[in-house]
Design a binder for this molecule. Sequence first.
Ligand code: NAI
Ligand SMILES: N[C@@H](CC=O)C(=O)O
Length: 391
Amino acid sequence: MSAVVDVARKAPQAGVRVHANAGARVALLGTGTVGRAVLARLASWSGTALGGRLHLVHVANSRVAVADTAGVCPAQAGIALGAASVAAAGVPFAATVNVRPLASAPSSLDAVAIALGMSGPRIVIDATASEAVATRHAAWLKQGIHVVTACKLGQGTSLHRWREIRAACAERNARYGDSATVGAGLPLLRSLRELQEGGDRIQSIAGVLSGSLAWLFNHYDGMRPFSALVRQARDAGYTEPDPRDDLSGEDVRRKIVILARAAGVELESQDVEVTSLVPPELAALPKDAIDAALPALDASLRQRFAAAYKNGEKLRFIARFERNAQGEAKARVGLESLPGEHPLAGGAGTDNKVAIWSDRYRTQPLVIQGPGAGAEVTAAGLLDDALRVLR
Ligand SMILES: NC(=O)C1=CN([C@@H]2O[C@H](COP(=O)(O)OP(=O)(O)OC[C@H]3O[C@@H](n4cnc5c(N)ncnc54)[C@H](O)[C@@H]3O)[C@@H](O)[C@H]2O)C=CC1
Ligand SMILES: N[C@@H](CC=O)C(=O)O
């Protein structure tokens, strides 16, 4: 709703005309937790230099798409679509903004490249958790369209898809912005890549890679049911659309796979040993039935907490990746009981905390810590990547 208000208030400034080649045409896919924060951030930029860099011409969720068909004034298009897409997402939108009529249609991924046009910088921002969208990443890159994504299904699943994305980037000199996929925009992937560009070799990585699980274990005290905290984390926008993706370790599996591949190891997803927190009776349910069944988590976590507490330890959901001198790699993901003073036991809120050992950081690791989930930080990470495309 705030995006709508901002849009209405800032509409008069939309008269500032920005030439098309001053920025990129942008398609935003997803108007959920993260997509709305992207729209709000874009709306807050209207009339500023940053607002003139990214011109939103297509916004879609799984049901409906709105597109600016005239394409005359990119700055105005950005503002208009910011508002219209909020309406498309189901939020009431009072049509008080003086904008050109927009074309609205059932959502179709085929329409994305058409809406972006044929020339100039073009960017798809993927704020979905959609397999169908992820399978398009390589095809868009092959058309010279840059892709910026919060969704891990592009680089964090099959090695085949990851290779396709890398090859497409190289073929068309297209950029793949992935900062939001691990650490919700923290400078993690960038740091790994920069170390290697300087001749360093990554030896191992260990840390807390899930913002929602960090938040859960930072708040769980064995008194309140764990399931109640899961609902709270979901409502705060920290979990995946299906919180079982976090609790099962699948989301963290994808993240450690993305990190390992960025560290130069072509790890297969199935090579990661994952220990899930989800009991089989919860795993088997359809998505719309899980809320009522979340208490199935409670008893075993209460026991795990009590055992850790007795030993002065803390529960943390940890991902570990390491490779030996021969290049053999292994990775595992699961709940660990760590001594209270252990470096990875620290942190607060949704903090991710990741330690990287390399030839350079052999004894004392490089440690990167900060919020690892949440709509605003993730949207900022996505838009930082989109702006980076234009540098
Ligand atoms: N919530 C967070 O803190 C973070 C989320 N992410 C990632 O961001 C992505 C989005 O997460 P949320 O916003 O929480 O999910 P959400 O469930 O709130 O929103 C997903 C959106 O994608 C749309 N969508 C689904 N299929 C589509 C399609 N074919 N075409 C266009 N839109 C489609 C849905 O309609 C919905 O608007 C996920 O991949 C998640 O892993 C990444 C970092 C942090
Ligand atoms: N559900 C994820 C969101 C960010 O990727 C998490 O909890 O870290």
